[in-house]
Write a protein that binds this ligand. Sequence first.
Ligand SMILES: Nc1ncnc2c1ncn2[C@@H]1O[C@H](COP(=O)(O)OP(=O)(O)OP(=O)(O)O)[C@@H](O)[C@H]1O
Length: 375
Amino acid sequence: MEKQGVRADNLLLGLPAMTAPTDREPDTAAEPAGDSRSLTDRLPSELAGRVQSARLAGGVATIVFDASGVAADKRGQLETAIRDMLGEVDGVAEVRVAMTADRAPDASSDETAVPAAAKPKRTMIAIGSGKGGVGKSTLTSNLAVALARRGVKVGVVDADIYGPSQPTLLATKDAKPVARGKQLQPVTSPHGVTLLSMGHLVAADKAIAWRGPMAGNALAQLIEADWGEAELLLVDLPPGTGDVQLSMLQRFKPDGAVIVSTPQDLALIDAKRAMQLFETGGVPMLGMVENMAGYECPHCHEISDPFGRGGAEDAARESGLDMLGRVPLAIEIREAGDAGVPPALSDGPQGLAFAAIADALAAKLGLEPVRETAP
Ligand SMILES: Nc1ncnc2c1ncn2[C@@H]1O[C@H](COP(=O)(O)OP(=O)(O)OP(=O)(O)O)[C@@H](O)[C@H]1O
């Protein structure tokens, strides 16, 4: 039976030709002919040429598709067409499509913006939670370091304007970003990650009084900074699900979101609010991370579960989200954060927890971990 849906060739009529080469070659080129290659082969050549990576694992086909120049209202149709075509490939039970494209359309009218042709392809992922204090910033810094150790060029935007903690977590408290023209230049942490935070720019007590539009403009300066070679931008969102968060999502259209929660019921209710926020903002959710999942004894490293276990997994399953991993409640994580030495730098038990989440995220994004670099 013929599938109802949009015909891909109709969509292709409006698809602009690629003018600038992408900076990442399709991963399929490096893979042996097989399942992943056969995914790309099932697409018309105009679409296949825009596939940045294609993976088939456990029945899940994950496609990262370069949607540069495709009108926003056509992207959904294109995604549906790709899903329909690949859904018919033998061995594919589920198709996930991540669309990457140049950022907010209004950025092109901004004189501070880099011309689109000069921009490298960059994937923006928002890390959010319904409430504060659940470990969003800790996860962001450690994911950034874990991915950098795998050879991914990562930038971190500390969008938590009112309570920036990335300068501490990534050991750049004394760094002062400079502006070139009207564009900020991110600072580089000793751990191989570039970052920008309001904490680098204003005194801790100054931003507190800022109203929505002011905070929004400050955030725009951070996101539209000169991120150079960064291929992945992790955005540590402010806690909560209010207007600042929603307008950030609508303006900058992150390519995906990761939700952080602790195992308690109350935190999970807030996590569901965060999911609604991403849904409203049209941001695809990549999965959930459970933080403070069980208490790790500082002596024997045995993990017990004073808050119960499995709550986040249940909440994720109910919402059709994948669990990307768990991080235990461990005093070393807080101490390491305060000292600016993320546990992800090492291969200790906490480092490995963050590494597993980084691997899960990299797989979702089709970012092949190219090498494990020394910290
Ligand atoms: N797994 C963990 N084990 C122990 N302490 C942790 C863990 N995760 C985070 N913390 C600590 O909990 C506190 C809050 O963490 P963090 O700042 O990352 O949360 P947040 O969600 O970003 O908070 P906010 O939204 O208020 O910025 C910090 O002191 C941090 O060191």
